[in-house]
Design a protein around this ligand. Structure first.
Ligand code: 5AD
Ligand code: SF4
Length: 438
């Protein structure tokens, strides 16, 4: 049997695309390789959101070149956001690559593979969105985790934040038809999935292009499917997160008490330069509503430090928000100019060393806040979905998205159980089963 190996960079959309590609390869009779050295097909699913992932991809390609010397018949393909943006450049830099395809051409993998196997360069990067891109939805995913699954509900993004490459690599917003989404959820549940994770670059914009359905209505519809025990969604945009959605989150028992709501910056001046479409006050009002309707909600966010024009005073506004909201988790990045975006034309104002120090200080502050939030769980009973067994311990997630490690003599994989939290670590929790189970 032929074997495949897929290396994935970037966000949940890329992870889901890789799971679909694995599904396509499975349908062609391939099985997963333990590592890339024994693979007949190697796919590198790339990200281009910052310069660092770009570089990581290019250095990974260097590694994969070695396999061509060992196994000249192995087919190497590059796809994802960097391929969409700079596929031809990649081919020039790494001529040993056999296949390059864009973010909306994934369903053509079977034909591309045939072409490459015949010894030709198989390249398909179209600038426009492939008219038949939803063909991809027909393939089942191959997932590491049996009990939780991503479901794409919307592709692309219309927001045009001035720093962001996504509208250029993933195109405009296209919502999937609600019937198709519900059908996929139904199949997943029949396959043993308990937690449905709805994904998209901007899920809160779901339905705007369809006109007859809203995001919160989709939440109710998914919750109505028998067997859906938990619902999550990523990523929401603060501008589109309305009170109807927040109410639905509070009202639907399966929607987990967790939300990732990127703020990016605390200063109104910088938010405007980023074209985020909200002020700090408007953002904080949404957080207030979330905490009012869902008092035990856990929150996370994304921050960019060092955007062009950001002064120390602007940066302190971000710090102020972090202290006020007390996020459970913060993903903070140094601003990275992306080719072709409006911000790339703006003048960088701070020295890189200064921005690095700001970023470090911010991360250190947040470490303490995250630890404090985790300690609030000690001695509490929490509901956990047991996802995997690792090094003799079970690992699960709370509804608030915290990882919990615990021991048991019973096989509890896939179960939703109650655990008492015995210890909080900085990035995870440790738990104990209720007496009667052990
Ligand atoms: N520079 C730095 N960070 C960026 N992000 C997106 N574009 C850039 C950029 N040009 C961050 C944002 C986004 C996350 C996925 O990546 O915080 O929410
Ligand atoms: Fe990276 Fe953005 Fe593409 Fe996701 S959509 S893979 S974060 S560039």
């Amino acid at each position: 049997m032929k074997k495949y190996y897929i290396r994935t960079f970037g966000c949940q959309m890329n992870v889901n695309d890789s799971q679909k590609m694995a599904g396509i390869l499975k349908s062609l009779g391939y099985e997963p390789a333990r590592d890339w050295e024994e693979a007949d097909v190697i796919l590198v699913n790339t990200c281009s959101v910052r310069e660092k992932p770009d570089q990581k991809v290019l250095s990974a390609l260097g590694e994969f070149k070695k396999i061509k010397n060992k196994n000249p018949d192995a087919i190497i393909g590059v796809c994802g956001c960097l391929a969409q943006r700079a596929g031809y450049e990649i081919l020039q830099k790494a001529p040993f690559i056999d296949m390059v395809f864009g973010t909306t051409n994934i369903h053509h993998l079977p034909q591309l593979l045939k072409e490459a196997e015949a010894g030709n360069k198989a390249v398909e990067i179209i600038e426009d969105i492939d008219a038949n891109e939803t063909e991809l939805d027909k393939y089942p995913t191959v997932r590491d985790n049996k009990y939780t699954a991503y479901v794409t509900i919307i592709r692309g993004c219309d927001k045009k934040c001035t720093y962001c490459i996504v509208p250029y690599t993933r195109g405009k917003e296209r919502s999937r038809r609600i019937g198709e989404i519900l059908q996929e959820v139904q199949w997943l549940v029949e396959d043993g999935v308990k937690e449905i994770h709805l994904i998209g670059q901007n899920v809160t914009a779901y339905g705007k292009d369809l006109g007859d359905v809203k995001f919160y209505e989709l939440l109710y519809a998914v919750a109505n499917i028998d067997g859906v025990e938990r619902i999550r969604f990523t990523t929401g945009h603060p501008r589109d997160l309305d009170e109807d959605t927040i109410k639905a989150m509070a009202e639907i028992p399966q929607v987990c008490e967790y939300l990732h709501l990127p703020i990016q910056a605390g200063s109104d001046k910088i938010l405007k330069a980023m074209d985020r479409g909200y002020t700090q006050k408007e953002y904080l009002h949404k957080i207030e509503l979330l905490k009012k309707y869902i008092p035990n909600i856990a929150l996370s966010t994304d921050i960019i430090v060092g955007f062009p024009g950001e002064t120390y005073e602007d940066y302190l506004e971000t710090i102020k928000v972090l202290k006020e909201v007390e996020y459970d988790q913060v993903f903070a990045f140094k601003y990275s100019p992306r080719p072709g975006t409006p911000a790339a034309e703006m003048r960088m104002t701070e020295k890189p060393e200064t921005v690095s120090k700001w970023l470090n200080d911010l991360i250190n502050l947040q470490k303490d806040i995250s630890f404090k939030k985790n300690r609030e769980y000690e001695n509490k009973i929490v509901e956990v979905l047991v996802e995997e067994e690792k090094d003799g311990k079970f690992v699960g997630r709370t509804r608030t998205n915290k990882l919990v490690h615990f021991e048991s003599r019973h096989n509890l994989l896939g179960e939703i159980i109650n655990l008492k939290i015995s210890k909080a670590n900085r990035f995870s929790l440790e738990g104990e089963l209720a007496e009667e189970l052990v």
